[in-house]
Ligand binder design. Sequence first.
Ligand SMILES: C[S@@+](CC[C@H](N)C(=O)[O-])C[C@H]1O[C@@H](n2cnc3c(N)ncnc32)[C@H](O)[C@@H]1O
Ligand code: SF4
Length: 476
Amino acid sequence: MTDTAKMWIERARAGIEQLGIPELQKTGILPEAGKKFFPVIGYPPLTMFRDMDQDTLFKDFERRPVSPTIAYIHIPFCPSRCTFCHWITKTKSPEEAVDEYLHYLDQEMAIYKRNMGMDAIPARSVLVGGGTPTYLNAAQMERFMKSIHNHFDLTTCTQFSVEAEPGTLLGEDGAAKLKVMKEHGVDRISMGVQSFDDDVLRYMGRVHTRAEAIAAVDAIHDAGIHNVMIDLIYAYPNQTVESWVENLLTAASLNVAGWQLYRLRVKQHGDRQGRILKVMNREPDRFPSVEETLLMKYLGITMSEELGYGEHQTRIFAKNKDEISHYLRDWCCALTDVVGVGVSSWSNLRGVFSLNVGDHDLQKYYDYIRQGKVSVNRGKIRDRDDELRRSFILPLKNMTVSKKFYKARTGVDVNDVFGEQLVWFKEHDLIAENQDSIWLTKRGRFFADEVSTQFFNPDYLPFPEVLLHTAPLAAV
Ligand SMILES: C[S@@+](CC[C@H](N)C(=O)[O-])C[C@H]1O[C@@H](n2cnc3c(N)ncnc32)[C@H](O)[C@@H]1O
Ligand code: SF4
């Protein structure tokens, strides 16, 4: 072990003691003492969505309250199928298959526009995700970018972000597609690096190396796109605490704006189970222990901060706060509406959540669009309880709850709804409050998912083992 890694690990071991994890384990808020976790990315969670179609999504649309809107567009193609990944993707698709998808995607954007009664949908931020959007070749990228500009009005858009896989950005092809993206206003690339360790990358089923990931960062800058953020995963099989420290040091040595850190999720959260569950069932000992996982998390937070990358949104670290994903910020903190286009995307339009068909061979997706419909097949109309909780849970988990914002959204004071519930969390140094805001303390932020899950409707809990320290909501 290098002296530097040793120094960081020793400091982290001392620091993590201060969080009093054994005491929290006894309270029952950490399912299976922290072994299980549930990433809170939306509320109500997708597990609560039921069958629904576009008639419900667009019913009385023009009479429902208007919100600022952001756009998410899903590209389900990838150069390989990574062992850990649960997203809807297809690998090694031929050019014609991608062309076909782009055709239907364009149609679906037009159908959204028509149902929303708009010539172009104003998008305050855009995220193109996947899958791997940069699997498209330059000509396809040009066509796709034109579709977006055709159907969305980006005049007030504050960020146009695209997810990428390193290998797809290299060489002449890579430079050509980056040039097209830059010309069409893409100003941020979020690149899945996952690890800088070649052995771990191979084991993950990635088809790029550490050197290629580093070269891709330079290729993005060469194309004139200077906001480059990377994704890294911790608690992967065969990963050691030391190698995680080396990963973070490598990330900080590159010309990147920052990174998003993901704890490995073994169970699916959507329509597809990744192969990683089989690995877990077959070889559980290859996975880092709960103690090692929490130490990696602690190192991720403290090293990022000490190396100059602030945690501007939970587990999203950047030198400059404006470089983080505006899409995620708008979705989680401003609670904007979302138009989600493409297979497996979700939307949030004027009080109704919807989820598109999670169809990995794409044929069901195409069927919807051939019938002139958006591909929605599940969703949820939010009720008052959902709204009161969502307006608290998502800002709490991700940043801070502004009391003024809460009142403006819900018409009631946050303390009238959650005042009593907060007492236990304040006593346990998990939540703090002043006149204007409510936020997670250092201890609370470390367990941001677990603490925010405590404010879920008891019927929506992801695990039966979660012991709630909250009472029913006050009637307001
Ligand atoms: C939708 S993926 C797109 C990134 C891009 N396709 C790539 O992998 O190069 C977004 C990020 O989610 C994270 N992710 C995907 N599956 C995960 C899992 N099972 N556990 C933790 N993080 C995961 C990865 O870090 C990934 O980069
Ligand atoms: S992690 Fe990225 S490249 Fe790998 S299968 Fe998932 S979406 Fe595709």
